[in-house]
Design a protein around this ligand. Structure first.
Ligand code: NAD
Ligand code: TYD
Length: 359
């Protein structure tokens, strides 16, 4: 692993991963291909450690010529593929972009990797890797007594987002079995931490609470996610890149499964403590139950036995301390927050997703 192409590296997890890898891997160089959609920004890449080892390229993973050019120019031996449309609610209101990026984009990357590594034999196949970053949402929704998802759970996606990620996963695995492309996949649970776009639950609730706006909890708020601090995810991917077995999938989770309402209450309690004089204290007053998400998955839970026993990985961040760090980060970075809040696109999204929901 020397020359890594990271796709989607200006987004939430990709930018955290780049920061983490530059700090932990002194030899690597990173080329970051990102289309800078609404979810990606150069501000996410501020203050990288050793920035000379990071090259940013604005472009789409659907542009096969550009991807081929980058593979040749930088002699890419490792692809870590994050680029995606990633928000379930947006996939409900507009699924087309999800099909393009998550399916066609993944296919385009796979084709380029196949040509460069397998057809042109540009580098030894022992030293190359296509790592695909996926989600636990491909497995569908668990009932209260179902066992957690693991690597053998059948796929049963229920949102356009999850279905598009599932399609991507299937293509990646097909390229391993059919062409021998050296791949690995991680299916990870919900991430949280700095630089997450404030359309997702945790940053949205933090920013709304600080502003004294309603905290829109979908339905009864008893849906369950398995929350993972983003640096733990980066370390899991790093372990898979180093020691993961080619062709294998690893499920990655945080071992933290509170219902959504508890997450929101914890954020409110943290803000009550950090900002006792805020006009909105106690912040829990702002909680408003609103119309549920259509097809809302009820529960996710991840079994991490395989990655723990094979690669020695387990999450290190506790939810309470991770949430405290995250709330502090949003409070300490008003310029980052304001840049997003000012975007017309963001205001339009908030209107489109929330205005029609009944309290
Ligand atoms: P994000 O939405 O914050 O970032 C996605 C990035 O991809 C953005 O920078 C965007 O500009 C870029 N992008 C979108 N379309 C592109 C295209 N066609 N070409 C190049 N770049 C493009 O997403 P995230 O939360 O950082 O998620 C990253 C990956 O991790 C995704 O594949 C997602 O499915 C997966 N994942 C996310 C979570 C989570 O909780 N956020 C959990 C498990 C898996
Ligand atoms: P989200 O962060 O969108 O991640 P995902 O849908 O991929 O799990 O949502 C996390 C949970 O929070 C999910 O159960 C939906 C819920 N949620 C709300 O209750 N209100 C909101 O405004 C949002 C964005 C999410």
């Amino acid at each position: 692993m020397q020359n890594i192409l990271v796709t989607g590296g200006a987004g939430f997890i990709g930018s955290n991963f780049i920061r983490y890898m530059l700090a932990h891997e002194p030899e690597i160089r990173i080329v970051n291909l990102d289309a800078l959609t609404y979810a990606g920004s150069m501000e996410n890449l501020a203050n990288l450690p050793d920035p000379a080892r990071h090259t940013f390229v604005k472009g789409s993973i659907c542009d096969g010529n550009l991807v081929m050019q980058l593979l040749h120019e930088h002699r890419i031996d490792t692809i870590v593929h994050f680029a995606a449309e990633s928000h379930v609610d947006r996939s409900i209101l507009g699924p087309g972009a999800f099909v393009q990026t998550n399916i066609v984009g993944t296919f385009t990357l796979l084709e380029a990797a196949r040509r460069f590594w397998l057809n042109e034999k540009a580098l030894g196949t022992q030293s190359v890797r296509f790592h695909h970053v996926s989600t636990d949402e491909v497995f569908g929704s668990l009932g209260p007594d179902d066992p957690p998802f693991d690597e053998n759970t059948p796929y049963a996606p229920r949102s356009p987002y999850a279905a598009s990620k599932a399609s991507g996963d299937h293509l990646v695995r097909a390229y391993f079995h059919t062409y021998g492309l050296p791949i690995t996949i991680t299916n990870c649970s919900n991430n949280y931490g700095p630089y997450q776009f404030p359309e997702k639950l945790i940053p949205l609730m933090i920013l709304n609470a600080v502003e004294g706006k309603p905290l829109p909890v979908y339905g009864d708020g008893m849906q369950i996610r398995d929350w993972l601090y983003v640096d733990d995810h980066s370390e899991a991917i790093r372990r898979v890149l180093h020691d993961g077995r080619v062709g294998e999938t690893y499920t990655v989770g945080g071992d933290n499964q509170p219902p959504n309402i508890q997450i929101v209450n914890t954020i409110c309690e943290i803000l009550d403590e950090l900002q006792p004089d805020a006009p909105h204290t106690p912040h829990a007053r702002l909680i408003t139950h609103v119309t549920d998400r259509p097809g809302h998955d009820r529960r996710y839970d991840i079994d991490i036995t395989k990655i723990r026993t094979e690669l020695g990985w387990q999450p290190s961040e506790q939810l309470q301390s991770g949430l405290l760090k995250t709330v502090r980060w949003y409070l300490d970075n008003p310029a980052w927050v304001d840049a997003i809040r000012k975007q017309q696109e963001y205001q339009q999204w908030m209107e489109a997703n929330y205005a029609g929901r009944q309290a």
